[in-house]
Write a protein that binds this ligand. Structure first.
Ligand code: ABU
Length: 361
């Protein structure tokens, strides 16, 4: 490999809204129900616990895969017909067992949510250190793409791989009650964070502390980013926090959707004082979600600062966005939700047309 000149990077994305040119979209085939573990209990809704425990580590049921695949095909169609280059992870089955020197895991999880473990910051693509054993090797499915992006000039980095030994987790964890202080299933013995606990607004990055992202992980990322970025904590009232993109979702310069269950608008960081942050309307959910809260409905994807992909049955959200000056692009996605992700989770924007700049005071 020549070191004489670095080609112009394919990877270039600084925020959640610049015009989208290339995107990775997840896969729903080859998935497993993640093995039952305290890290799952701390994030999955209580009503789903016995089902998840009963199906622990088994292949995802075929009818669910088929329904999710129909939604995925609709999403791929919209992206491709919008002239956006769509890339896919390798079809690496997640159903096999594996071990490290410290533990054994009966299966992986899925490739449905590329947003969770890969973070794009300008021309850098960063593998993040997940707290879920069932996702420990998930980014292997992105190796071909990562090699290609590196060869074409991207900076490819990986945070330190955590050991995830038994003593990293709080086996006695119970979900805190509404008025109790938040507690987490992961300790500070190791450095963990998911990319999906961070959203990018140019030089300002917003994050939530969660059951997958600990203080050690946040500090690691802060030092890694250095002076070029400022990172701001968003306090969530969620009792089972995991991932910021159902709590605070930037849509355009100075505009963000916020979750009325998790956010007190007046407590948002001062960097957002000039922003128009509006509460998302109540989700329209038929059936139950096993791996997420109902707020996947606000997990939208911006195609550009105007056009926003919204789940097709979310009339209240589409009306609200339309009245706010956006152009909602409806796409069925309720079948995909069973994998714990909406449009933002199901995608990873590799290239958006734009540069690094500041959008906050
Ligand atoms: N992966 C996003 C799930 C977040 C939530 O349950 O709200």
């Amino acid at each position: 490999m020549s070191n004489q000149s670095t080609p112009k990077a394919i990877v270039n994305s600084h925020n959640e809204w610049d015009p989208l040119e290339e995107v990775i979209v997840g896969r729903v085939t080859g998935a497993a129900v993640p093995p039952w573990h305290v890290s799952l209990r701390s994030t999955a809704p209580r009503h789903a616990w016995s089902l998840l425990e009963g199906m622990s580590g088994r292949p995802a049921p075929e009818p669910l895969v088929e329904a999710a695949q129909r939604d995925l095909d609709a999403l791929l169609g919209i992206l491709e017909s919008s002239g956006i280059e769509v890339r896919r992870p390798d079809p690496l089955p997640q159903t096999g067992a594996y071990s490290t020197p410290d533990w054994h895991c009966a299966a992986g999880y899925s490739l449905a949510n590329p947003r969770d473990l890969l973070m794009v910051l300008g021309d850098e693509i960063l593998e993040t250190p997940t707290a879920w054993r069932s996702r420990y090797f998930e980014t292997h499915a992105y190796r071909s793409l990562l090699h290609e992006y590196f060869r074409t000039g991207a900076r490819w980095t990986a945070a330190p791989k955590p050991r995830l030994t038994d003593d990293f987790y709080d086996e006695g964890y119970v979900v805190p009650g509404k008025d109790e202080p938040v507690r987490y299933s992961v300790s500070e013995r190791d450095c963990t964070f998911d990319a999906a606990d961070f959203v990018r607004c140019g030089r300002d990055i917003f994050y939530t502390r969660s059951n997958v992202t600990n203080e050690f992980g946040i500090e690691w990322l802060r030092r890694h980013l250095g002076e070029r970025y400022r990172i701001h904590r968003i306090e969530s009232r969620s009792r089972q926090p995991m991932h910021i993109d159902t709590t605070f979702m930037p849509l355009a310069p100075g505009k963000a959707l916020i979750n009325p269950d998790n956010i007190v608008r007046e407590q948002l960081p001062a960097a957002l004082d000039d922003w128009d942050c509006r509460y998302a309307p109540p989700p329209v959910i038929k059936g139950v979600l096993e791996l997420s809260s109902v707020w996947l409905t606000m997990n939208v994807l911006m195609l550009d600062p105007q056009r926003v992909l919204v789940e097709a049955t979310q009339e209240p959200l589409m009306e609200m966005l339309d009245a706010w000056g956006f152009t909602p692009v409806p796409c069925p996605f309720m079948g995909y939700y069973v994998y714990g992700g909406g449009f933002h989770c199901a995608t990873l924007d590799i290239r958006r047309r734009g540069e690094l700049r500041s959008y906050c005071k």
